[in-house]
Write a protein that binds this ligand. Structure first.
Ligand SMILES: [Zn+2]
Length: 233
């Protein structure tokens, strides 16, 4: 590897770490929509150059999680009501097809893994405190991502990563339920149908599930925490 390549690589690794941290904070709803992500603050918190920070913020803007405004800097995206509806409309188009594809690749071990995820989700629900709550929110999205992983299609997985992250952002902004917006009972029913080989029932349940998540939204915005606190640095 040439020195130039090494430098490139260091930027990539650093940027990826920052991207993942900020992305997790958005997905777990610790960073609220509209929060300012100053290059100086982020660079200082992670102890990296502005070049690395810019690369991370750029990557997040491609995923629709961050908005970069000329002369104003970067912010956690603030999806509109129309965008929120488009995200769920997209999920309704994608996730039944994803389930059919997952069913074709489904093995016993997958069912076991999905059940373990649901058990973890339930365990976290019974716990109290903000960190358990955050972990529970993440776990509920993980079930959808685990279904995508079964397909073995990396493009579909990345697409779902983006959709689930964007959904979390929308739920952070418009969610009104105290509980996680993914119902545990519904997750169980979907996995049951898959296990029984009833793919059509699983697809129907998934569509209802997405409808329920969307029906849980309203137009009240939530407040954000401090950047340093939410990233736990
Ligand atoms: Zn769900």
């Amino acid at each position: 590897m040439t020195p130039a390549n090494l430098a490139e690589n260091a930027i990539d690794t650093g940027a990826q770490h920052i991207r993942d941290s900020i992305r997790d904070a958005i997905v777990e709803r610790r960073l609220a929509p509209g929060t300012k992500l100053s290059e100086n603050d982020v660079g200082g918190l992670f102890n990296v150059s502005r070049t690395v920070v810019r690369a991370a913020l750029q990557a997040l803007s491609y995923e629709g999680l961050v908005t970069v405004e000329k002369n104003r800097g970067a912010f956690v995206a603030y999806p509109s009501v129309a965008e929120a509806q488009q995200i769920f409309a997209t999920r309704r188009l994608i996730e039944p097809g994803l389930l059919r594809e997952a069913a074709r690749h489904l093995e016993r071990r997958h069912i076991k893994e999905l059940r373990a995820l649901l058990a973890e989700e339930e365990r976290l629900t019974s716990e109290r405190g903000p960190s358990a709550r955050r972990a529970e929110i993440k776990a509920s999205g993980d079930v959808h991502l685990a279904l995508a992983a079964i397909t073995g299609n990396a493009i579909l997985q990345r697409f779902m990563d983006e959709l689930i992250a964007r959904s979390s952002l929308v739920i952070a902004l418009y969610g009104q339920s105290v509980a996680s917006s993914c119902g545990h009972a519904e997750h169980h029913q979907i996995i049951d149908a898959l296990e029984n080989g009833d793919v059509e029932a699983a697809c129907k349940l998934m569509l209802q599930h997405i409808d329920h998540i969307e029906a849980d939204l309203d137009l009240r915005a939530k407040k954000s925490g401090d950047l340093k606190d939410v990233l736990r640095l």
